[in-house]
Design a protein around this ligand. Structure first.
Ligand SMILES: NC(=O)CC[C@H](N)C(=O)O
Length: 374
């Protein structure tokens, strides 16, 4: 860490303050303060578009110890030949700020090209270290998530509400339609998956392409009537699902087309809203890589990767729908499925990144469904 870091404060909406030091960009910034319990995975978490507008607190004390893998062009997120980010979940750091106990600036890992503080600085993202993030996590668990601000000594003050992003999905969704064709498959031979991008993590694309699907990626508010597809995939994304009225209307229409639909996280909430159920904001959300979910009917428990602040209200699921997974910690709905059509979704992340990929088989299952109904 720099020899003489600037002092910094994290100020929360409830008036509480935590004092630490600046790392990354020395710039004051506000946002919704949320915590993750993940011990690793900061390159993927910080670039997850679902964190747009949020200041992320790492409950686990040490961050940055394995550096940042930015080959081949250090500083910028490398892309593969199709333009999909390598090692990261989008082309930029998405969080508004990063709150840690200790930020390692001498990483040790064969793939590390840059230290975490330098990466944040180059991307204009402020961090604060020296915070008791476990005490802070307990406070958020008691008070619920709050707006907060990182204030860095000697920089311009910001107000708490300056961190609110009016429509975060609009911010992170793709700008237009693009088609990704799997390697070694003749055009037209692969099943076509329309991916509604509300802020899709890159690993969703990688997972679909690895299963030899052709992916037509469309913006969150795109009208699907001009697109021929065999299966519809609803991505993750930031903010309140009720702000995605256009996507909800698209999905409602797609139910009557009868093609398989699968959703992840925001996609699960959007599917529920399209079915007529309700969603609500959880007091402090689920963020981390160790969330246990029990599958209805099997009693099998999976350890899942999660990052969400909203959930589907179980009792509002209409006739013909049922909860598919339940969170073993707090009993909230972690997935839904239709009894009448090939429509299902999960609140957790089967694509991991970061985290366990024990449930990646759900993407295989969806592709089997698509191939079976083609
Ligand atoms: N990862 C996600 O898709 C998050 C969904 C939604 N924005 C939530 O916080 O619940």
């Amino acid at each position: 860490m720099k020899k003489h870091p600037l002092s910094a404060r994290l100020v929360l909406e409830d008036g509480s303050e935590y004092t630490g030091f600046s790392f990354g960009k020395a710039r004051s910034q506000a946002g919704e303060v949320v915590f993750t319990t993940g011990m690793t995975g900061y390159p993927q978490s910080l670039t997850d578009p679902s964190f747009r507008g949020q200041i992320l607190v790492a409950a686990y004390p040490l961050q940055g110890n394995y550096g940042v893998p930015l080959k081949p062009k250090a500083g910028e997120i490398p892309l593969d030949s199709r333009g999909i980010p390598l090692h990261f979940e989008s082309g930029r750091i998405q969080v508004s700020g990063f709150v840690v106990s200790e930020a390692c600036d001498e990483p040790s890992h064969f793939a590390s090209e840059m230290a975490l503080p330098e990466w944040l600085e180059k991307n204009n993202v402020p961090g604060i270290f020296g915070i008791d993030t476990r005490a802070l996590t307990q406070r958020i668990r008691e008070q619920g998530v709050m707006q907060g601000k990182i204030l860095i000594e000697g920089t311009r003050e910001v107000t708490l509400d300056s961190g609110i992003v009016p429509h975060p999905v609009e911010d992170v969704s793709c700008g237009g339609v693009s088609v990704y064709t799997p390697e070694g498959i003749k055009p037209g031979a692969a099943p076509r998956i329309a991916l509604v991008d509300c802020g899709a993590k890159a690993n969703i694309l990688r997972c679909l392409l690895a299963r030899k699907a052709e992916v037509i990626r469309v913006p969150w508010n795109h009208d699907l009537s001009g697109i021929e597809y065999d299966g519809l995939f609803l991505s993750n994304g930031p903010g309140d699902p009720k702000a995605c009225g256009k996507t909800i209307a698209t999905v409602r229409k797609a139910f009557s087309a009868g093609k398989p639909i699968f959703g992840i996280c925001l996609g699960n909430q959007i599917m529920a809203l399209a079915a007529g159920a309700d969603t609500y904001k959880l007091p402090y959300g689920h963020r981390g890589q160790n969330q246990p979910c029990i599958e209805a009917g099997t009693k099998r428990c999976y350890i899942t990767s999660q990052n969400h602040g909203y959930a589907v209200r179980e009792e509002t699921l209409p006739k013909g729908w049922e909860p598919w997974f339940i969170n073993a910690n707090d009993g909230t709905v972690e997935g839904i499925r239709s009894k009448r059509g090939p429509f299902s979704a999960v609140q957790f992340h089967p694509e991991g990144c970061p985290g366990p990929r024990d449930t990646e088989f759900l993407i295989d299952r969806f592709m089997e469904e698509v191939r079976g109904t083609r």
